[in-house]
Ligand binder design. Structure first.
Ligand code: UT7
Length: 372
């Protein structure tokens, strides 16, 4: 074991959402709801939904390919793959193991993390811990969800909120001028588990005709309780993570907050006395709440839209089922460069044919954009 703690940073980021979308008019057509209510109360305008039967690992794969391409890391160089999700392909094997096979990665470690909307930060912190121990050098962390597989589309208080999608990052040991993952706080309050949960499908209520008949395989939530706790805990975490790193909130350039409801983001930013327009990035209007994918999708789009720049100090904040809540502090280290979708297509083709041989990056390119 090597105990040298080296600098760790995100060297590639990618995202994927399925093509099919459901806009608010869709819900107006069969539920007692309106575009006005959904927009005003949640901020969601549309969400992407998979074709029925599409597994999570397909979404993870698409996002992972783009993150790997940007970092210039080949799948067989990966030492660890972690997928954060509440909607795995199956309970076991883990989606991370399936993803490993789809990517054509070697026999690296692979496992899923179940921490709901906080899963991505939990996974990042575990990955960083393994890197700090010297056990691994190149890690793929994915947040990916097929929320449409566990949503009751007749429950208007839930179905309008969620969407499907995936985001992925590659972590490497790099010099500090390429950014740094600085700190994490991961917390949970299991006493309040049943204000946001799925009742059946595990050992407590194994799947049966009864559980299906009683609609126990879909998300249940006491939305208003979750709403208030989300604002309280995420605002507290933002203060704590800045203070314990000798920073003030004014030192922070970007806050990416779990995209659950635009009013939650407003609540957190206002509690922190930070300007929402300039210091937060939001894409809930386009994707809805994508649970563990929400943060990587938000960071990805902030970067793509040039709102997150090399050298920026960023806090990411999450809150979700568990209850879990988490924060991470980082300095962003990737330069936004011109988009190049050809190289990404080349990488995918090569992986599909199991022919990846160029660890330094397909076509010798590094840090190309992943937006295709
Ligand atoms: O990612 C995990 C964490 N999840 C979250 O953070 C979600 C947190 N919660 C929320 O975002 C909000 O609580 C909701 C969007 C879920 C609900 O908004 P709210 O302002 O808290 O509304 P509410 O639950 O207090 O309900 C107010 C009213 C109710 O009607 P009555 O009882 O006042 O007649 C609801 O039935 O709004 C009604 N309502 C709707 N009306 C039209 C709930 N959903 C809808 C809807 N369309 N889609």
């Amino acid at each position: 074991m090597n105990n040298n703690i080296q600098n760790v940073s995100i060297t590639g980021i990618g995202m994927y959402v399925p093509e099919k979308t459901l806009d608010n008019a869709h819900f107006e057509s069969y539920l007692d709801t309106s575009d006005e209510w959904i927009t005003k109360r949640t901020g969601v305008k549309t969400r992407h939904i998979v074709e029925k039967g599409t597994p999570n690992s397909d979404l993870s794969y698409e996002a992972a390919v783009k993150a790997l391409e940007m970092s210039g890391v080949a799948p067989e160089e990966l030492d660890l793959i972690i997928v954060a999700t509440v909607t795995p392909d199956r309970l076991f094997p883990s989606t991370a193991c399936t993803l490993q096979a789809k990517l054509g990665a070697g026999d690296c470690g692979a496992f899923d993390v179940l921490a709901a909307c906080s899963g991505f930060i939990y996974a990042l912190s575990i990955a960083h811990g393994q890197m700090a121990l010297g056990n691994v050098k190149k890690v793929l962390v994915v947040g990916s969800e097929v929320m449409s597989s566990i949503i009751d589309y007749n429950d208007r208080g839930i179905c309008v909120l969620f969407g499907d999608g995936a985001g992925a990052v590659v972590l490497e040991n790099v010099p500090e001028d390429r950014g740094s993952l600085v700190d994490y706080i991961i917390r949970a309050d299991g006493r309040q588990g049943e204000i946001l949960y799925m009742p059946a499908g595990g050992s407590l209520n194994p799947t049966s005709f009864e559980t299906v008949k009683k609609n126990m395989h879909t998300v249940k939530m006491e939305g208003n309780k979750v709403f208030k706790l989300a604002i309280k805990h995420m605002a507290e975490l933002a203060r704590e993570i800045t203070q314990r790193n000798g920073l003030t909130l004014d030192d922070i350039d970007m806050v990416c907050i779990h995209q659950a409801n635009i009013r939650i983001v407003k609540g957190v930013m206002s509690a922190l006395h930070l300007d929402m327009a300039t210091k937060s990035y939001n894409n809930i209007d386009r994707y809805g709440n994508t649970t563990a994918a929400s943060i990587p999708l938000c960071v990805h789009d902030a970067f793509k839209d040039n709102r997150l720049k090399k050298g920026d100090k960023m806090i990411i904040l999450t809150f979700g089922a568990g209850l879990t809540y988490a924060a991470a502090l980082m300095e962003w280290g990737i330069e936004n460069t011109l988009q190049d979708s050809t190289a990404i297509a080349d990488t995918k083709e090569a992986i599909e044919e199991q022919k990846i041989t160029v660890p330094a990056g397909v076509n010798g390119k590094k840090n190309i954009s992943m937006d295709i």
